[in-house]
Design a protein around this ligand. Sequence first.
Ligand SMILES: Nc1ncnc2c1ncn2[C@@H]1O[C@H](COP(=O)(O)OP(=O)(O)OP(=O)(O)O)[C@@H](O)[C@H]1O
Ligand SMILES: [Mg+2]
Length: 283
Amino acid sequence: MALRNLTVAGPPPLAAVADHSTRREVSSARGAPVVRIEGLVKRLRRGVIAVDGVDLEIRKGEVWGLAGPNGSGKTLTLKMLLGLVRPTAGKVFLFGEPVRPGARVLGRVGALVDGPGFVPHLSGLDNLRLAWRLTRRPADEAGLEPALDYAALGEALHRPYSTYSHGMRYRLGFAQALLGRPELLILDEPVTGLDPLHVRQLRAALAELVARGTTVLMSSHVLGDVQETCTHVAVMQQGRVVASGRVPDLVARFGAGSSLEEAYVELVAGSGAAAGDPGRSAK
Ligand SMILES: Nc1ncnc2c1ncn2[C@@H]1O[C@H](COP(=O)(O)OP(=O)(O)OP(=O)(O)O)[C@@H](O)[C@H]1O
Ligand SMILES: [Mg+2]
Protein backbone atom coordinates (compact mmCIF):
# COMPACT_ATOMS: atom_id res chain seq x y z
CA MET A 1 0.00 0.00 0.00
CA ALA A 2 1.50 3.31 -1.08
CA LEU A 3 1.05 5.14 2.19
CA ARG A 4 2.79 2.38 4.07
CA ASN A 5 5.92 3.54 2.32
CA LEU A 6 5.48 6.92 3.86
CA THR A 7 5.56 5.50 7.34
CA VAL A 8 7.85 7.41 9.57
CA ALA A 9 8.17 4.49 11.90
CA GLY A 10 10.94 3.08 9.72
CA PRO A 11 14.42 4.55 9.60
CA PRO A 12 14.94 7.40 10.04
CA PRO A 13 11.90 7.85 12.32
CA LEU A 14 10.64 11.37 12.87
CA ALA A 15 11.21 10.76 16.54
CA ALA A 16 14.88 10.40 15.77
CA VAL A 17 15.08 13.76 14.05
CA ALA A 18 12.85 15.40 16.60
CA ASP A 19 13.92 18.58 18.27
CA HIS A 20 14.28 17.09 21.74
CA SER A 21 15.55 19.38 24.43
CA THR A 22 19.16 18.85 25.39
CA ARG A 23 18.03 18.07 28.91
CA ARG A 24 15.80 15.25 27.79
CA GLU A 25 18.46 13.80 25.51
CA VAL A 26 20.90 13.74 28.38
CA SER A 27 18.45 12.23 30.85
CA SER A 28 17.13 9.59 28.42
CA ALA A 29 20.64 8.63 27.40
CA ARG A 30 21.26 7.60 30.99
CA GLY A 31 18.55 4.99 31.36
CA ALA A 32 16.48 2.46 29.47
CA PRO A 33 13.40 3.76 27.66
CA VAL A 34 10.26 3.72 29.77
CA VAL A 35 8.53 1.66 27.07
CA ARG A 36 10.15 -0.41 24.40
CA ILE A 37 8.07 -2.58 22.07
CA GLU A 38 9.78 -4.70 19.45
CA GLY A 39 7.95 -6.50 16.66
CA LEU A 40 4.78 -6.98 18.67
CA VAL A 41 2.26 -9.30 17.03
CA LYS A 42 -1.14 -10.57 18.16
CA ARG A 43 -2.80 -13.24 16.10
CA LEU A 44 -6.38 -13.95 17.02
CA ARG A 45 -8.48 -17.00 16.42
CA ARG A 46 -9.07 -17.90 12.79
CA GLY A 47 -5.63 -16.47 12.00
CA VAL A 48 -6.66 -12.80 12.02
CA ILE A 49 -3.68 -10.59 12.83
CA ALA A 50 -4.88 -7.74 15.03
CA VAL A 51 -1.46 -6.33 15.91
CA ASP A 52 1.07 -6.70 13.15
CA GLY A 53 4.67 -5.96 14.10
CA VAL A 54 4.46 -2.84 16.25
CA ASP A 55 7.70 -1.13 17.32
CA LEU A 56 7.59 1.77 19.73
CA GLU A 57 10.00 3.48 22.08
CA ILE A 58 8.90 5.97 24.71
CA ARG A 59 11.31 8.00 26.82
CA LYS A 60 10.82 9.45 30.26
CA GLY A 61 8.62 12.54 30.35
CA GLU A 62 7.15 12.01 26.88
CA VAL A 63 3.40 12.02 26.38
CA TRP A 64 2.33 9.69 23.60
CA GLY A 65 -1.02 9.54 21.91
CA LEU A 66 -2.07 6.37 20.12
CA ALA A 67 -4.56 7.12 17.35
CA GLY A 68 -6.20 4.94 14.74
CA PRO A 69 -9.53 3.67 13.44
CA ASN A 70 -11.80 1.40 15.46
CA GLY A 71 -10.33 -2.07 15.51
CA SER A 72 -6.82 -0.97 14.49
CA GLY A 73 -5.23 -2.67 17.51
CA LYS A 74 -4.71 0.17 20.00
CA THR A 75 -6.34 -1.44 23.03
CA LEU A 76 -4.76 -4.81 22.32
CA THR A 77 -1.35 -3.14 22.13
CA LEU A 78 -1.93 -1.45 25.49
CA LYS A 79 -3.07 -4.74 27.02
CA MET A 80 0.04 -6.54 25.81
CA LEU A 81 2.11 -3.72 27.27
CA LEU A 82 0.48 -4.40 30.63
CA GLY A 83 0.87 -8.17 30.50
CA LEU A 84 -2.91 -8.60 30.27
CA VAL A 85 -2.79 -10.24 26.84
CA ARG A 86 -0.02 -12.59 25.76
CA PRO A 87 1.67 -11.50 22.52
CA THR A 88 1.93 -14.03 19.69
CA ALA A 89 5.38 -12.65 18.95
CA GLY A 90 7.59 -9.73 19.86
CA LYS A 91 8.95 -8.24 23.03
CA VAL A 92 7.73 -5.67 25.52
CA PHE A 93 10.01 -3.95 28.01
CA LEU A 94 9.03 -1.46 30.68
CA PHE A 95 11.90 0.44 32.29
CA GLY A 96 14.20 -2.05 30.61
CA GLU A 97 12.54 -5.10 32.16
CA PRO A 98 10.57 -7.68 30.19
CA VAL A 99 6.84 -7.68 30.87
CA ARG A 100 4.99 -10.80 31.96
CA PRO A 101 1.67 -11.16 33.77
CA GLY A 102 2.22 -9.93 37.34
CA ALA A 103 5.77 -8.71 36.62
CA ARG A 104 7.21 -6.59 39.43
CA VAL A 105 7.90 -3.72 37.07
CA LEU A 106 4.14 -3.28 36.58
CA GLY A 107 4.12 -1.74 40.07
CA ARG A 108 5.65 1.36 38.44
CA VAL A 109 2.74 1.63 36.02
CA GLY A 110 -0.76 3.02 36.51
CA ALA A 111 -3.32 1.98 33.94
CA LEU A 112 -6.92 2.39 32.97
CA VAL A 113 -7.72 0.10 30.07
CA ASP A 114 -11.13 -1.36 29.27
CA GLY A 115 -12.84 0.17 32.27
CA PRO A 116 -12.04 -0.47 35.90
CA GLY A 117 -13.34 -3.50 37.79
CA PHE A 118 -14.87 -2.02 40.92
CA VAL A 119 -17.16 -3.66 43.47
CA PRO A 120 -20.67 -2.25 42.92
CA HIS A 121 -21.89 -2.08 46.52
CA LEU A 122 -18.74 -0.50 47.94
CA SER A 123 -18.26 3.25 47.95
CA GLY A 124 -15.74 4.83 45.59
CA LEU A 125 -13.41 5.46 48.50
CA ASP A 126 -13.64 1.89 49.81
CA ASN A 127 -13.06 0.58 46.32
CA LEU A 128 -9.84 2.58 46.09
CA ARG A 129 -8.72 1.37 49.51
CA LEU A 130 -9.48 -2.21 48.53
CA ALA A 131 -7.65 -1.80 45.22
CA TRP A 132 -4.56 -0.61 47.06
CA ARG A 133 -4.72 -3.39 49.66
CA LEU A 134 -4.78 -5.93 46.84
CA THR A 135 -1.40 -4.65 45.64
CA ARG A 136 0.02 -5.66 49.08
CA ARG A 137 2.19 -2.58 49.05
CA PRO A 138 2.63 -0.38 52.15
CA ALA A 139 -0.28 1.97 52.88
CA ASP A 140 1.99 5.02 52.99
CA GLU A 141 2.97 4.50 49.36
CA ALA A 142 -0.61 4.72 48.08
CA GLY A 143 -0.79 8.49 47.58
CA LEU A 144 -4.53 8.27 48.14
CA GLU A 145 -5.09 11.98 48.82
CA PRO A 146 -3.60 13.31 45.56
CA ALA A 147 -5.39 10.56 43.62
CA LEU A 148 -8.68 11.62 45.21
CA ASP A 149 -7.97 15.24 44.32
CA TYR A 150 -7.54 14.32 40.69
CA ALA A 151 -10.79 12.30 40.70
CA ALA A 152 -12.69 15.33 42.04
CA LEU A 153 -15.65 13.17 43.04
CA GLY A 154 -16.61 15.20 46.12
CA GLU A 155 -19.34 13.65 48.22
CA ALA A 156 -19.96 10.96 45.61
CA LEU A 157 -16.84 9.27 46.88
CA HIS A 158 -18.90 7.94 49.79
CA ARG A 159 -21.75 6.61 47.63
CA PRO A 160 -21.92 3.05 46.32
CA TYR A 161 -20.05 2.66 43.06
CA SER A 162 -23.21 1.23 41.46
CA THR A 163 -24.79 4.71 41.62
CA TYR A 164 -21.99 6.35 39.61
CA SER A 165 -22.47 7.85 36.17
CA HIS A 166 -20.17 6.83 33.31
CA GLY A 167 -17.92 9.85 33.81
CA MET A 168 -17.76 9.33 37.58
CA ARG A 169 -16.78 5.69 37.05
CA TYR A 170 -14.05 6.78 34.71
CA ARG A 171 -12.74 9.37 37.17
CA LEU A 172 -12.61 6.80 39.96
CA GLY A 173 -10.70 4.54 37.59
CA PHE A 174 -8.33 7.40 36.88
CA ALA A 175 -7.77 7.81 40.62
CA GLN A 176 -7.05 4.10 40.90
CA ALA A 177 -4.52 4.37 38.08
CA LEU A 178 -2.76 7.12 40.05
CA LEU A 179 -2.44 5.07 43.24
CA GLY A 180 1.17 4.41 44.10
CA ARG A 181 2.32 7.52 42.17
CA PRO A 182 3.13 5.61 38.96
CA GLU A 183 6.01 6.67 36.75
CA LEU A 184 4.13 5.56 33.64
CA LEU A 185 0.42 6.10 33.02
CA ILE A 186 -1.38 4.06 30.37
CA LEU A 187 -4.88 5.27 29.56
CA ASP A 188 -7.30 3.88 27.00
CA GLU A 189 -9.42 6.72 25.61
CA PRO A 190 -9.29 8.89 28.71
CA VAL A 191 -11.60 11.65 27.51
CA THR A 192 -14.34 9.55 25.94
CA GLY A 193 -17.63 10.19 27.71
CA LEU A 194 -16.33 12.94 29.98
CA ASP A 195 -18.12 16.27 30.05
CA PRO A 196 -16.13 19.30 28.82
CA LEU A 197 -15.32 20.51 32.32
CA HIS A 198 -13.93 17.16 33.32
CA VAL A 199 -12.01 16.88 30.07
CA ARG A 200 -10.36 20.13 31.08
CA GLN A 201 -9.68 18.82 34.56
CA LEU A 202 -8.20 15.65 33.17
CA ARG A 203 -5.96 17.64 30.83
CA ALA A 204 -4.81 19.81 33.72
CA ALA A 205 -4.19 16.73 35.85
CA LEU A 206 -2.13 15.13 33.11
CA ALA A 207 -0.15 18.33 32.60
CA GLU A 208 0.64 18.44 36.30
CA LEU A 209 1.64 14.78 36.40
CA VAL A 210 3.82 15.22 33.32
CA ALA A 211 5.48 18.27 34.88
CA ARG A 212 6.42 16.00 37.76
CA GLY A 213 8.08 13.57 35.39
CA THR A 214 5.29 11.07 34.70
CA THR A 215 5.43 9.45 31.27
CA VAL A 216 2.07 8.94 29.55
CA LEU A 217 0.74 6.70 26.79
CA MET A 218 -2.92 7.18 25.92
CA SER A 219 -5.11 6.06 23.09
CA SER A 220 -7.58 8.61 21.83
CA HIS A 221 -9.92 9.42 18.96
CA VAL A 222 -10.03 13.06 20.02
CA LEU A 223 -7.20 14.32 17.88
CA GLY A 224 -7.49 17.94 18.96
CA ASP A 225 -6.85 16.70 22.45
CA VAL A 226 -3.90 14.59 21.35
CA GLN A 227 -2.45 17.58 19.51
CA GLU A 228 -2.82 19.74 22.60
CA THR A 229 -1.78 17.22 25.23
CA CYS A 230 0.79 14.93 23.63
CA THR A 231 4.41 15.46 22.69
CA HIS A 232 4.37 12.43 20.38
CA VAL A 233 1.83 10.39 18.47
CA ALA A 234 1.68 6.99 16.82
CA VAL A 235 -1.01 6.36 14.22
CA MET A 236 -2.11 2.75 13.90
CA GLN A 237 -3.96 1.19 11.04
CA GLN A 238 -4.83 -2.44 10.58
CA GLY A 239 -2.53 -3.46 13.38
CA ARG A 240 0.48 -1.48 12.20
CA VAL A 241 2.03 1.81 13.18
CA VAL A 242 1.85 3.77 9.94
CA ALA A 243 3.44 6.92 11.34
CA SER A 244 4.98 7.98 14.61
CA GLY A 245 7.01 10.83 15.97
CA ARG A 246 6.69 14.27 17.46
CA VAL A 247 3.25 15.79 17.01
CA PRO A 248 4.45 18.98 15.24
CA ASP A 249 6.55 16.90 12.85
CA LEU A 250 3.61 14.71 11.86
CA VAL A 251 1.37 17.74 11.48
CA ALA A 252 3.96 19.43 9.28
CA ARG A 253 4.65 16.35 7.18
CA PHE A 254 1.17 14.89 6.72
CA GLY A 255 -1.26 17.59 7.84
CA ALA A 256 0.01 20.45 5.68
CA GLY A 257 0.99 22.14 8.92
CA SER A 258 -2.60 22.70 9.95
CA SER A 259 -3.78 19.98 12.32
CA LEU A 260 -3.21 16.47 13.52
CA GLU A 261 -6.68 15.62 12.28
CA GLU A 262 -5.60 16.57 8.74
CA ALA A 263 -2.50 14.44 9.12
CA TYR A 264 -4.59 11.53 10.41
CA VAL A 265 -7.02 11.76 7.50
CA GLU A 266 -4.13 11.81 5.06
CA LEU A 267 -2.53 8.80 6.71
CA VAL A 268 -5.61 6.70 7.36
CA ALA A 269 -8.41 7.63 4.98
CA GLY A 270 -5.95 8.54 2.23
CA SER A 271 -4.70 4.98 2.13
CA GLY A 272 -8.12 3.70 1.14
CA ALA A 273 -8.77 1.61 4.23
CA ALA A 274 -10.50 3.71 6.81
CA ALA A 275 -12.27 2.04 9.67
CA GLY A 276 -13.20 -1.47 10.56
CA ASP A 277 -11.67 -4.70 11.70
CA PRO A 278 -8.37 -5.76 10.26
CA GLY A 279 -9.81 -8.96 8.85
CA ARG A 280 -6.43 -10.06 7.59
CA SER A 281 -5.28 -13.59 7.87
CA ALA A 282 -1.95 -15.02 8.65
CA LYS A 283 -0.12 -16.10 5.58
N1 LIG B 1 -10.53 -10.66 23.15
C1 LIG B 1 -10.64 -10.58 21.82
N2 LIG B 1 -11.06 -11.65 21.11
C2 LIG B 1 -11.19 -11.60 19.77
N3 LIG B 1 -10.90 -10.50 19.04
C3 LIG B 1 -10.47 -9.41 19.69
C4 LIG B 1 -10.31 -9.39 21.12
N4 LIG B 1 -9.87 -8.17 21.47
C5 LIG B 1 -9.75 -7.46 20.33
N5 LIG B 1 -10.11 -8.20 19.27
C6 LIG B 1 -10.08 -7.77 17.85
O1 LIG B 1 -8.79 -7.21 17.62
C7 LIG B 1 -8.89 -6.08 16.76
C8 LIG B 1 -8.26 -4.89 17.43
O2 LIG B 1 -9.05 -4.55 18.56
P1 LIG B 1 -8.68 -3.34 19.53
O3 LIG B 1 -9.64 -3.41 20.66
O4 LIG B 1 -7.25 -3.38 19.85
O5 LIG B 1 -8.98 -2.09 18.61
P2 LIG B 1 -8.90 -0.54 18.94
O6 LIG B 1 -7.91 0.06 17.99
O7 LIG B 1 -8.69 -0.35 20.38
O8 LIG B 1 -10.36 -0.05 18.50
P3 LIG B 1 -11.33 1.08 19.16
O9 LIG B 1 -10.88 2.37 18.59
O10 LIG B 1 -12.68 0.68 18.64
O11 LIG B 1 -11.23 0.99 20.64
C9 LIG B 1 -10.37 -5.94 16.45
O12 LIG B 1 -10.60 -6.57 15.22
C10 LIG B 1 -11.07 -6.67 17.56
O13 LIG B 1 -12.30 -7.18 17.11
MG1 LIG C 1 -9.83 0.43 21.91
